[in-house]
Design a protein around this ligand. Structure first.
Ligand code: GDP
Ligand code: IMO
Ligand code: MG
Length: 422
């Protein structure tokens, strides 16, 4: 059976949590493959809202196996808080969730390094979520990291102290006040909590499930334009957010990949620093923020907003070989008279349809204008009765990208979802 992959194609927060929760109905296994608690994936169902940070979005579905893969970085404190909140809803999470031995642990000192680093960068800061993601992946690739499986070994506390002391030495370069012992007790207790879960050799479990006919849905975090290689470096996260990252982060061979669902908002948002060519600083941008309730699910920061960027979208589709598009938050555009899509960039007066290498290039987007549909779409049930202006908008995106939009989301709730041509 196949590994289908859900990816954000923009700068994160496209609505991956909602879509994974919706699709989880037809997948027996959901697996996170990269990122960590920098993610905030929101789910709305039966009148409730839930934001997940480390736990896969299949956890609310009965009979679903959820796996935190080896590519993920895990903060035991945040993980415990999240799981205990889920347990309060009578969800038997310890039965539904398995964790890879090879997932790396975020230590309290990783978070301190993140904060010290951002503070030292001043105006040129990345705008990190300050969850310790970058420093943890640095230790992973630097071959210093501690993994979930290490928590099972007898000398775990010694290894923890060795890494903590390395961090204290590293922090000497910064003029930054901190308490290295802060949260340590809570962290070690949270590691004990973590050990109550099934800690697995996830690459074997995943390949076994595939071999035995189970389809797996891989849940991406962040978005393609935040990818460590293909995003606007250095304003990126520290993991591979593109399709290939699902293979690395789960131990599934590229030949097992089936559908690649690419999720995008009908417009764009970004939280944190870095280029955003179609960003709007006017009242239209504010209207998008208010109507889309564009405030970070992890940090609460207001998200930057702008029109859809086809140059970036096509790039993300190319890198991941997206086979189906899913358009989110279409309802947010319901009130606009004119809607724009950037089709190419002008850089130094020259037109291009490629993302420039130079992160600091001055980009002037070239827009195509569309007439707005001016109709409340939030309760539409199928695409037969959607306004002609809306169909023109999505038809243009499909023609330009060459990929079908197979799902349209018209509101945060599970039910506000249209599956096209079913
Ligand atoms: P994720 O990180 O990709 O899972 O996305 P987030 O949860 O951070 O942000 C998406 C936000 O949009 C959440 O508040 C969702 O509840 C909300 N949302 C998802 N789909 C839709 C939609 O189609 N319409 C509207 N209005 N909101 C949506
Ligand atoms: P989900 O999964 C939006 C952004 C941060 C910052 C940059 C680096 O909810 O879509 P990091 O904490 O990784 O060092 O931050 O990446 N970022 C996200 N933006 N959604 C996310 O996750 C993000 N995770 C990280 O704002 O600009
Ligand atoms: Mg989010």
């Amino acid at each position: 059976m196949k590994l289908d992959v859900v990816l954000g194609l923009q700068w994160g927060d496209e609505g991956k949590g909602k879509i994974v929760d919706v699709l989880a109905d037809s997948y027996p296994v959901i697996a996170r493959f990269q990122g960590g608690p920098n993610a905030g994936h929101s789910l709305h169902f039966e009148g409730n809202k839930f934001v997940l940070h480390s736990v896969p979005a299949g956890v609310f579905r009965e009979n679903t196996i959820n796996i935190i893969g080896n590519g993920v970085v895990l903060d035991p404190i945040i993980f415990r808080q999240e799981c205990e909140a889920i347990e309060k809803l009578n969800v038997p999470i310890k039965k539904r969730l398995k964790i890879s031995k090879k997932a790396h642990l975020i230590l309290p000192t990783h978070r301190i390094i993140d904060a010290a680093n951002e503070a030292a960068m001043g105006k040129s800061k990345i705008g990190s979520t300050l969850k310790g993601i970058g420093p943890t992946y640095m230790d992973k690739t630097g071959r210093n990291g501690l993994r979930v499986g290490d928590a099972l070994s007898e000398n775990f506390i010694d290894r923890f102290n060795i890494l903590k002391n390395k961090h204290i030495a590293f922090l000497k370069q910064y003029d930054f006040q901190y308490d290295a012992d802060q949260n340590e007790k809570e962290w070690l207790e949270a590691v004990e909590y973590l050990k109550q879960f099934e800690i697995i050799d996830s690459e074997y479990v995943i390949n076994d499930l595939l071999k035995h006919g189970k389809c797996i849905l891989a849940e991406g975090a962040q978005g393609s334009m935040l990818d460590i290689d293909y995003g606007s470096y250095p304003f990126v996260t520290s993991s591979s957010t593109v399709c290939a990252g699902a293979c690395i982060g789960l131990g599934a061979a590229p030949s097992t990949v089936g559908k690649v669902y690419g999720i995008f908002k009908a417009y764009c948002t970004r939280v944190g620093s870095g280029p955003f060519p179609t960003e709007l600083f006017d009242k239209t941008g504010e209207e998008l923020r208010q109507r889309g309730f564009e405030f970070g699910a992890t940090t609460g920061r207001p998200r930057r907003t702008g029109w859809l960027d086809l140059v970036a979208l096509k790039y993300a589709i190319m890198i991941s070989g997206v086979t189906e598009l899913i358009m989110m938050k279409s309802d947010v555009l319901d009130t606009f008279d004119t809607i724009k899509i950037a089709t190419e960039y002008l850089i130094n007066g020259k037109a291009t349809d490629q993302i420039p290498y130079d992160t600091y290039a001055e980009i002037v987007p070239v827009y195509k204008e569309f007439k707005g549909w001016n109709k409340d779409l939030s309760s539409a049930k199928d695409d037969n009765n959607l306004p002609a202006e809306f169909m023109q908008y999505i038809g243009f995106i499909e023609k330009e990208t060459g990929v079908k939009i197979s799902i349209i989301s018209l509101g945060p709730d599970r039910k506000q979802t249209i599956f096209r041509n079913e």
